[in-house]
Design a protein around this ligand. Structure first.
Ligand code: MOS
Length: 751
């Protein structure tokens, strides 16, 4: 529960309700019994299979593409390529109504920009036939030298100033204590358990695309633009998603390939992206190189902060990782500048990955803060506390709700930080940790809070059930359950009488599931839809002849636990809402709701909106056998009001494990000869699994942020990852005396 949450927490009127409870997933039984349909599970009569042909060079052009042999193979129905795909369109750039991941539609011309780029797609009766024929497509290339070097140091172009105040260079020169270091984070690949897939089904001019997307509505608008058809003719369905981590925010070229093939053959087409393609064709977190300069006074007050970052992008798209996301507001510092620049590489287009910008940015920022604490001989928690800002110094805005200090203090307490001996390698484990050297490190972190436009409709049905519909989606994080919780809170019927319909553009336009904003974005639309449905119901109750409340004052009626009753009488003496609907002989009572985004809300514009966290990490180091393990993590999260304690804790625990992967394991490497990801499989790309997982202690401060919505929810997920990797490297330094500034930490770094 809340840790000393007093001031703004007391404003919340819903603390004893289902809001905040640890409600198990309402969709859990469908997943556990295998009845939940993920995209690739959709089958239709006459469905055929598409398998892409991929480039084997990283840069150059197609000289010759020979499909004759493939076309003659058994079961092959069609081979699509640049000469016969027909006209596909680019999504209008910088038009925020729709976004695609890779600007270039499939097979646009003969140019090759990265290994694995789709050059053709074979459609056959069976997956095996399509796979065999895809191998038989013969492609000859004119290969050109490729830019593949991991290091981005060759950058020589113009930098962009992202944020600036004071005179940072002068202040840095004059500062008595300085840190000036380069921090590097590698390419990381999203590895959700469910791979991308598209199943395309046409009916006349209308196409239904079963998709793996974090944003069905964006996919509808983007696919309409790519295919050059009206958006009314495109329906997107994503009932369940085996997570996305940002790689599934926007459509990738395979969706258009499936749609065109299905149209051409007039048969449903399924295209599944396999695990190897996941490493080349559907995004990754780009490599980032960040030069950090921090200047401070001898008593630990920051006076200068400079961050110059580079990240790689493809030759197709300019993707800025945004490493300066948190730098301008995290600490009080009068002189600051953040600059960015892009370096092109022959890889696929990078994409957002859990905590884009902030996660690599905070690795640099918080590592540099740890190095500064050591240079100053000040405790690293204390250094952060001494630099807590009064307001967002980059914009002058007030913070809507910022409890970073309490995150730090609570985490320090829960972790037992007071027992830390700061001397390197000085702490030895006891009991099961006997003989091991313990390293303790920490970091602070932040992530933006966003509320985007969203719509929902709520229907009170004559069978006593309540339906809610919105074209948002549950990406595995618990959105179905959170919808049901809000409905239960507002209408009062039990969860098993609430039906939540998501993941279908037949419903009102909902929010994208990204940036940890789905919950905050959906709540106002749900609350408004419930209120509107309730108002209509109570009006029917007083206007309908035969209703026990006929000719009463609707303002004196209430809807509680599904009963309509006078406010001054117990609810069970009232009448079930479905009785009113039956007496009124209507098909049901519907209410619509709409969320206004924080960007359009004049009240929100006055505030700097963010979540915060503090992460404390223990590593065990066994120098004799060179074994390093993260053994214990305490994560304290200031994420606003938590709507579902269980789902939220799941998010933070998963994020901590992902942070262990980022700290110790994950890196995508490319073959320098041809740009092929060398470790592009789950056998070779290491992610943290159960044996790598530490003991994880999650605490939510639970202060409602009422600028966000009536419950005060901001959102969790990304905040749980931010801060883990720098806390790990700080702990590694404490154990070993070795400062690793390039992730992941390798055993060879420590020998
Ligand atoms: Mo997140 S990287 O916005 O899915």
């Amino acid at each position: 529960m809340a840790n000393g949450a007093m001031d703004d927490a007391s404003l919340n009127t819903a603390t004893t309700s289902i809001i905040g409870a640890a409600v198990p997933r309402i969709d859990g039984p469908f997943k556990a019994t295998g009845t939940a349909q993920y995209t690739a599970d959709f089958h239709f009569p006459n469905l055929v299979h598409a398998v892409p042909v991929q480039s084997t060079i990283a840069n150059g052009t197609i000289r010759k593409l020979d499909t004759a042999k493939a076309e003659s193979m058994p079961g092959v129905l069609l081979v699509l390529h640049k000469d016969n795909i027909g006209k596909l369109y680019r999504v209008i750039p910088n038009d925020f109504s729709a976004t695609s991941s890779e600007a270039r539609p499939p097979f646009e011309d003969t140019r090759i920009f990265y290994w694995g780029q789709y050059v053709a797609v074979v459609i056959a009766e069976t997956l095996e036939q399509a796979t065999a024929a895809a191998k038989a497509v013969q492609v000859e290339y004119d290969s050109a030298p490729a830019s593949l070097k991991p290091s981005l140091a060759d950058y020589a172009g113009k930098r962009k100033s992202v944020s600036k105040r004071g005179d940072v260079n002068k202040a840095y020169e004059e500062a008595p204590v300085k840190v000036d270091q380069l921090y590097v984070t590698p390419v990381e690949t999203h590895n959700p358990i469910e791979m991308h897939a598209s199943v395309a089904v046409w009916d006349g001019d209308n196409v239904t695309l079963y998709e793996t997307t974090q944003g069905v509505w964006n996919a509808k608008l983007a696919m309409a633009q790519i295919l050059g058809i009206p958006s009314e003719n495109v329906q997107i369905i994503t009932k369940y998603l085996g997570s996305g981590f940002g790689g599934k925010l926007f459509p990738w070229p395979h969706s258009a390939m499936a749609a065109v093939a299905a149209k051409r053959l007039n048969r449903p087409v399924k295209l599944s992206v396999n695990r190897r393609m996941m490493f080349s064709n559907v995004g990754h977190r780009p490599r980032c190189e960040q030069q950090m300069k921090i200047g401070a006074t001898k008593d630990g007050k920051l006076v200068a902060l400079r961050q110059d970052y580079l990240n790689h992008t493809s030759f197709i798209d300019d993707i800025d990782e945004g490493c300066g996301e948190c730098t301008p507001y995290l600490y009080s510092v009068p002189n600051l500048e953040v600059t960015s620049a892009l370096v092109q590489r022959n890889t696929g287009t990078p994409s957002p990955m859990r905590g884009p910008g902030a996660v690599p940015g905070l690795f640099a920022m918080e590592s540099a803060m740890d190095e500064m604490a050591i240079a100053l001989n000040i405790d690293p928690v204390e250094l952060r506390l001494r630099n807590e800002p009064e307001k967002d110094e980059s914009t002058g805005q007030k913070f809507s709700s910022r409890h970073l200090k309490e995150c730090l203090e609570t985490g320090r307490e829960k972790f037992g930080w007071s027992k830390r001996n700061p001397a390197i390698g000085s702490m030895r484990g006891t009991g099961s940790q006997a003989g091991k050297i313990l390293g303790w490190g920490m970091a602070a972190a932040s992530w933006g809070a966003f509320r985007f436009g969203a719509n929902a409709s709520v229907e009170l049905c004559p069978n006593g059930r309540v339906c809610v519909r919105s074209a948002t989606q549950d990406i595995g994080t618990g959105t179905y359950t959170i919808f049901a919780q809000v409905l239960h809170d507002k209408i009062g019927v039990p969860l098993d009488r609430i039906d939540v319909f998501l993941g279908d553009t037949a419903h009102p336009e909902g929010a994208m599931s990204g940036g940890s904003w789905a919950t905050a974005s959906c709540i106002p639309s749900l609350v408004m839809a419930c209120d509107n449905a309730k108002r209509t119901l109570l009006r029917l109750a007083v206007e309908t002849e035969g209703s026990p409340h006929h000719n009463h004052d609707a303002a004196k009626l209430e809807l509680t636990s599904g009963f309509v009753h006078p406010s001054d009488q117990p609810y069970h003496q009232g009448i079930p809402f479905e009785e009113i609907i039956r007496i009124a002989r209507v098909s049901g009572v519907t209410g619509q709701g709409r969320t206004v985004s924080t960007f359009e809300d004049p009240k929100a514009k006055d505030f700097s909106l963010h979540s915060y966290s503090a992460v404390f990490v223990e590593v065990e180091w066994e120098p004799d056998i060179a074994r390093l393990r993260v053994s214990r993590v305490v994560s304290v999260i200031d994420g606003g009001k938590i709507i579902n304690r269980k789902a939220a804790a799941n998010q933070i625990m998963g994020a901590v494990v992902m942070g262990v992967g980022m700290g110790l394991l994950e890196e995508t490497r490319y073959d320098q000869r041809n740009g092929q990801p060398i470790n592009g499989s789950m056998a070779d790309y290491l992610v943290a699994t159960c044996p790598d997982s530490p003991t994880i202690d999650v605490t939510f401060l639970d202060y409602p942020d009422l600028v966000m919505n009536e419950y005060g929810a901001r959102g969790v997920g990304e905040i749980g990852l931010a801060g883990v990797a720098p806390a790990i490297t700080a702990a590694v330094y404490h154990a070993t005396g070795i400062r690793v500034r390039e992730l992941p930490v390798r055993i060879e770094d420590l020998l």
